[in-house]
Design a binder for this molecule. Structure first.
Ligand code: CMP
Length: 140
């Protein structure tokens, strides 16, 4: 089915000046940006977005990293977009990511792993709505 999922190009992606290369990978593999903007998250916004991880030992580090500079938030649409996005990103830990994936190619570590993608259709809806109202999604 055609789905819409959330992608975040994390602060390390902006610092490395590779947002164009990352967006090109999604486009080449059949996902289309239908919403896109740059935002510098506050601690509160990052904490709210990652609330499911609030009890994890790395939560503080995660919020600190996600707020150290701007991110690009992007809604991606296409056939099976949630799984497709995850395949294109590769495993959370770049050491485990398959060759050719974004994380294998660009990520620094499990924490600074360049991209976020929604992990399920349910969460994709919640995460897209977190950043985009219906009126700022653009379909072709
Ligand atoms: P993401 O897909 O954005 O969702 C939660 C993030 O937590 C994950 O990517 C990682 O960047 C981060 N994360 C997961 N495990 C660890 C860890 N052990 N140490 C630091 N960050 C982690």
């Amino acid at each position: 089915a055609i789905e819409t999922t959330l992608s975040i190009l994390k602060p390390d992606a902006i610092e490395k000046n590779i947002i164009g290369k990352i967006i090109a990978k999604f486009e080449e593999k059949g996902l289309t940006p239908v919403g896109l903007r740059m935002v510098h998250l506050s601690e509160r916004e990052a904490g709210e977005f990652y609330a499911v991880h609030a009890e994890r030992p790395f939560f503080g580090e995660l919020v600190e990293f996600m707020t150290r500079g701007p991110v690009v938030v992007m809604a991606l649409r296409g056939e099976d977009a949630v799984n497709r996005n995850r395949e294109i990103m590769g495993a959370t830990n770049p050491a485990d990511a398959d060759a050719g994936t974004i994380r294998a190619e660009f990520a620094t570590s499990i924490g600074e792993n360049t991209v976020h993608g929604s992990d399920s259709v349910e969460n994709a809806e919640i995460e897209v709505n977190f950043f985009f109202s219906g009126t700022n999604l653009f379909s072709r």
